[in-house]
Design a protein around this ligand. Structure first.
Ligand code: KG4
Ligand code: ZN
Length: 341
């Protein structure tokens, strides 16, 4: 079974072809970073229009690279939510229409299920059951996973997502959009321990997160320290490092609790923030100390991409699930509402 996957939930146009036997045949991502950079963040209407421009040529490109004609495809998977509604509608509209034209089934994929299953595209891939830490620009969730579609939410952010906290703190540090990678890069130059940021909600039991206080803490620290220190470039790097260390340690503490509570020795990291090197290293060390193992996808499959949508769609289409001819885009969509296979 060969599936075309389309991702257009935010500021990346991702297209891929996944084959049940041969694996990932081709995938490509067009990032809109340059388009939104001047505005310091994603402009939804510009995002939708760019998806309209890019999607058809990217589909052609990926089909050529995969040596795949329309007649070779058995289904189309598109991101149906959560995300920006206009952006979602572009992928859903084209994906559903292509499937209708080609006479094959289509499936609307949950973006976070895509992220969650992306590590299964890698070798070795995690066996079920596992705990997943989903950390993206819009979500921070700990999920107990027993099978595809069997997700139990263990904890989530009560305010900002981890990626959102990275992006907002990056802005405070005058770093360009997208802030997360820029902040991580600046933190490399920072002196560890020069500043100590709080580890929110780690002093009490529970698996929820709160990251909005960290950006306020960063703002106050920036105001005080940039006025006080002459070496402002180094001060900014020190603050970036303190922020990153606080987020990473908070995530690791909650992951440790979650795998202990769920009684599993496999932890999956997914979503854009799982591209963070320090997070990967700390999670690796924590799981190794427990005699377990952490899994995360290659960098290109951590941030938004079409491969994870093709793969998640394949799982569901192969189990006989598909959409009626009408398509919907769901800007908000709880992961736990998904049916099992
Ligand atoms: O999954 P993703 O590509 O898009 C969403 O579904 O939101 O995640 C994007 C988020 C952004 O907030 C971005 O700043 C963050 O992931 N991010 C990072 C890194 N790379 C991307 N955060 C910290 N360190 C990174 N290296
Ligand atoms: Zn994402």
């Amino acid at each position: 079974m060969r599936i075309l996957g389309i991702e257009t939930s935010c500021d990346e146009t991702g297209v891929a072809i996944y084959d049940g036997e041969a694996g990932l045949l081709a995938h490509t991502v067009h990032s809109q970073v340059d388009l939104h950079a001047a505005y310091g963040g994603v402009v939804p209407e510009l995002a939708s229009r760019d998806h309209v421009r890019r999607l058809t040529p990217l589909i052609r490109l990926v089909m050529t690279e995969a040596g795949t004609r329309a007649a070779d495809l058995d289904g189309v998977a598109y991101t149906a939510g959560p995300g920006l509604v206009g952006a979602l509608l572009v992928g859903a509209g084209l994906g559903r229409s292509l499937a209708w034209g080609w006479g094959i089934p289509a499936i609307g994929v949950h973006h976070m299920e895509g992220h969650l299953l992306a590590p299964l595209l890698e070798d070795p891939s995690p066996a079920f059951p596992f705990v997943a830490l989903l950390v993206s620009g819009g979500h921070t969730q700990l999920v107990a996973v027993t099978a595809v579609g069997r997700y139990r939410l263990l904890g989530e952010s009560v305010d900002d997502a981890a990626g959102e906290a990275f992006d907002k703190t990056a802005k405070i540090l005058d770093l360009p959009y997208p802030g997360g990678p820029a902040l991580a890069k600046l933190a490399e130059q920072g002196e560890p321990g020069r500043y100590v940021f709080p580890r929110p909600m780690t002093d009490r039991p529970g698996l929820d997160f709160s990251f909005s206080g960290l950006k306020t803490f960063a703002l106050n620290t920036v105001r005080e320290e940039l006025a006080r220190r002459d070496d402002t470039a180094q001060a900014r790097a020190d603050i970036a490092r303190a922020f990153e260390d606080a987020v990473v340690e908070t995530l690791v503490i909650k992951c440790r609790r979650a795998v202990a509570a769920a009684g599993v020795d496999r932890l999956v990291l997914a979503g854009g923030v799982s591209a963070n090197r320090r997070l990967r290293a700390r999670v690796d060390a924590m799981m190794a100390a427990r005699g377990g193992r952490a899994f995360y996808p290659r960098l290109a499959l951590c941030t938004d991409n079409g491969a994870m949508i093709a793969f998640a769609g394949y799982q569901r289409l192969a189990a006989g699930q598909h959409e009626p001819l009408a398509f919907t885009a769901m800007p908000r969509w709880p992961l736990e509402a998904l049916p099992p296979l």
